[in-house]
Design a protein. Structure first.
Length: 122
């Protein structure tokens, strides 16, 4: 199968429809993780030292943030799975349509050969 045939079977309309949602959700998760877990990253890069002392309250906050982040990621995975399901359904429809087109074109070729043979014989 050529790459053009493969690319033409992809339901680009659905992919383009859901791409901004996926990108925005991924960006939000990245930003929230960056803010929560690396708030001192800019200072760290400047000073190359960190404050190693962490209180229990801060650890409890980080754990709750991790749990909240895990829930957000699970929701994102669920959305992605739903979108992949939609894409696979679209691919199934395209596959069925291609099969019908191949059957019809095969029948047309067969009819053309029969017509050609009958014309040559007469």
């Amino acid at each position: 199968m050529k790459i053009g045939q493969i690319v033409s079977k992809i339901p680009w309309d659905k992919i383009l429809k859901y791409a901004p949602i996926i990108v925005e959700a991924a960006r939000n998760i990245y930003d929230s993780v960056q803010k929560r877990w690396f708030p001192y990253e800019k200072e760290y890069n400047k000073k190359t030292t960190r404050n190693p002392s962490v209180s229990l309250k801060e650890l409890a906050k980080r754990i709750s943030d991790l749990e909240r982040n895990e829930v957000e990621q699970a929701e994102l995975v669920q959305k992605i799975a739903s979108q992949l399901n939609d894409i696979s359904l679209g691919m199934k429809v395209i596959s069925d349509r291609i099969m019908i087109a191949l059957i019809i074109s095969g029948m047309a070729i067969l009819l053309a050969l029969i017509t050609l043979v009958s014309y040559v014989i007469k």
